[in-house]
Ligand binder design. Sequence first.
Ligand SMILES: [Zn+2]
Length: 184
Amino acid sequence: MLKRTSQAVLIAALLVFISTVPGCAERGGTPAVVEKNGPIKVYSYERKGFVMSEKIVRSEAEWKKHLTPEQFRIMREKGTEQAGTGKYAHNREQGIYRCAGCGLDLFRSEDKYDSGTGWPSFFAPVSPDNITTAADNSLFSRRTEVLCRRCGGHLGHVFDDGPKPTGLRYCLNSAALEFAAAVE
Ligand SMILES: [Zn+2]
C-alpha cells in the first residue's frame, strides 16, 4: 500500500516536472501551450510594437458558439480545409491576417506569397511571439503544427520549403484567419 502511494507521488512529481520543461509538450505532440495563465507579450500590427494580452481560454461549448462549424473543425479539431476552397488563398490586398478565434494579429500581407498549393502561404508570422508550434505526427508524417499563441487555435502547418529570406512556408487555413485591410 505504501509502495503504491509512493509510486503515485513519484509519477505526479514527474508530470509536474515535465510540464515545466519548455518544449516538452511540443515534442509530445500536444499544443505548445505550456505557459501558466497570465499576461503574454504579443506584437500589435497597428501599434507597431509589443503589448501585453491575456490568453483566451474557452470550453468546447463556448468555442462552438463563437466559431462556425467549419472554423471549429479546423481550429479546435485540427482539421484542414480543401485546397483552393479558402477565401484568402489568392487574396492580394494589403493588410493583416488575424486569428479567427481571438483576433490576435498573426500574418502580414507583405509576407504572403503564392505557393501554388491552394492555401494562403506566408514566409513569416507578424512576430514569432504571436504563434506557437507543435510536433504533429498524424497522417503517417512528421509535420509542424502552427497555433495561435493567445487562444491555442490550430492555424495550419509550417514547412521548410518556403522562399527567402526565411525559407519557411506557413501553410494556413483561410477559415482560421480574418483579414483586415490596411487603413491608408
Ligand atoms: Zn487566437
